[in-house]
Design a protein around this ligand. Sequence first.
Ligand SMILES: [Zn+2]
Length: 241
Amino acid sequence: MLMKVQQDMTDANHDEGTPVSVKIRERLQAAKRRFHSNDNIADFIRPGELEALFEEVTGKMKGVLDSMVIDTENDHNTGDTARRVAKMYLKEVFAGRYVPAPAITEFPNAEHLNELMIVGPITVRSACSHHLCPVIGKIWIGVMPNEHTNVIGLSKYARLAEWIMGRPQIQEEAVVQLADLIQEKTQPDGLAIVMEASHYCMGWRGVKDMDSKMINSVMRGVFLKDSDLRREFLSLIPRRS
Ligand SMILES: [Zn+2]
């Protein structure tokens, strides 16, 4: 009995010293789940662990500042920077990795709506996964419902977009992830998404071009087959800046 207790304590001590990120990573690997920068891992984070992750990232960010030879002890401007950046990454700009999908109530299409519906512009804020530089832009969503399509409130499109964009992203992959999610939630006959965004990694660094924007689109279902519908959608999007 005594040995058993000692064994348990040893396990507890071992567990204590293991970074929470390692525990979460082990669960992801055991489940054979991908954990790229734009994947959501909320299902693998247990209650209280996000707080522990915040402490862990704070410590690592402090290490980055130390390695950049910034005197965080005496510099009143950077004393709390590690904690602020950790909070910004985990709980603000990249929260879309760590929190579950927003609860969206889907309603049956009682009115049998079957006309093209366009939502936008929705402001999107993300960051590129190459440099973690901001990506800020707008998206327009076109939905071609059928009588079986679920209806969701207009503001819900923005909530879904925020969740997908709140991860280090690549614009091309972000719009596909968003299209997959909206397709799954609403099951329309057709879905079209256009995203236009400024990539700050091009303005702040690199070619230092502040004006260039990246535009891309995803077309699904009838938008792929029907060029008139596609043209109608694109012509109804207000003139982009
Ligand atoms: Zn970049």
